[in-house]
Design a protein around this ligand. Structure first.
Ligand code: HEC
Ligand code: HEC
Ligand code: HEC
Length: 138
């Protein structure tokens, strides 16, 4: 029964695929503390989409100290009173997003990219990002 054994083989392959996906997600769950932070103290109120701060993206590029000591970011989602005046003044995100170290402040939608009404939170989208099949666009 050639067809039957082929079928068995493909079921086995499918089972392995499902299993490895589950394991992959589990491993990345351990890094949820580095998940994206949604910051929405003021944005919705001001008619802007809330801010998504991709923590993992930044923390692989800079030491914790750069932001959490030198720039004074408190270790708490939404725990910093950030606004655009401060950013344009070079504080918080504006220390880098100044067209020098990173793209500048006029790219509103690159930061204000969350769905409206998303509350301040640590979002675990890093898990989804890392779990994308290889070859997927970043
Ligand atoms: C580098 C990231 C970044 C960029 C670029 C950016 N913002 Fe913001 N913005 C923030 C953060 C962080 C906050 C604080 C979010 C909160 O608590 O709701 C904020 C808050 C705001 C607020 C509410 C507070 C306030 O200052 O009134 C408005 C309005 C706003 N941004 C408008 C804009 C506009 C318009 C642009 C483009 C010209 C822009 N932002 C570009 C990060 C950014
Ligand atoms: C480029 C700047 C930057 C770097 C580098 C960085 N962070 Fe953060 N971190 C932030 C910002 C911004 C927030 C959110 C603050 C807010 O919402 O006001 C945050 C939030 C946090 C939080 C609270 C939210 C959560 O995920 O539980 C923790 C804990 C944290 N960071 C730990 C770290 C550690 C540990 C490192 C280094 C391995 C690090 N950060 C590197 C900017 C940074
Ligand atoms: C210590 C410097 C630093 C600080 C502080 C910082 N950023 Fe960035 N950010 C960068 C650099 C560098 C990049 C990469 C720029 C590039 O690719 O040209 C970046 C990229 C980004 C991106 C794009 C990520 C991607 O997937 O391409 C977003 C969104 C962003 N920053 C938001 C923020 C917000 C919001 C804040 C403040 C809460 C912030 N950043 C604070 C340095 C910083």
């Amino acid at each position: 029964m050639k067809i039957l054994s082929k079928l068995r083989a493909s079921i086995a392959v499918a089972a392995v695929l499902v299993l490895s996906t589950v394991m992959f997600v589990d491993i990345n769950d351990a890094q949820a503390e580095y998940g994206d932070v949604v910051i929405n103290n003021y944005s919705d109120g001001a008619g802007m989409r809330p801010v998504v701060f991709p923590h993992w993206f930044h923390r692989v590029r800079f030491r914790c100290k750069v932001c959490h000591a030198d720039l004074g970011f408190k270790f708490q989602a939404g725990g910093n009173e950030i606004n655009m005046v401060k950013i344009i003044d070079g504080q918080f995100c504006g220390a880098c997003h100044n067209g020098d170290i990173a793209w500048s402040v006029e790219n509103c939608n690159l930061c204000h990219s969350a769905k409206p009404n998303t509350p301040t939170q640590v979002h675990e989208s890093t898990v989804q990002k890392l779990a994308q099949p290889s070859g997927a666009k970043k």
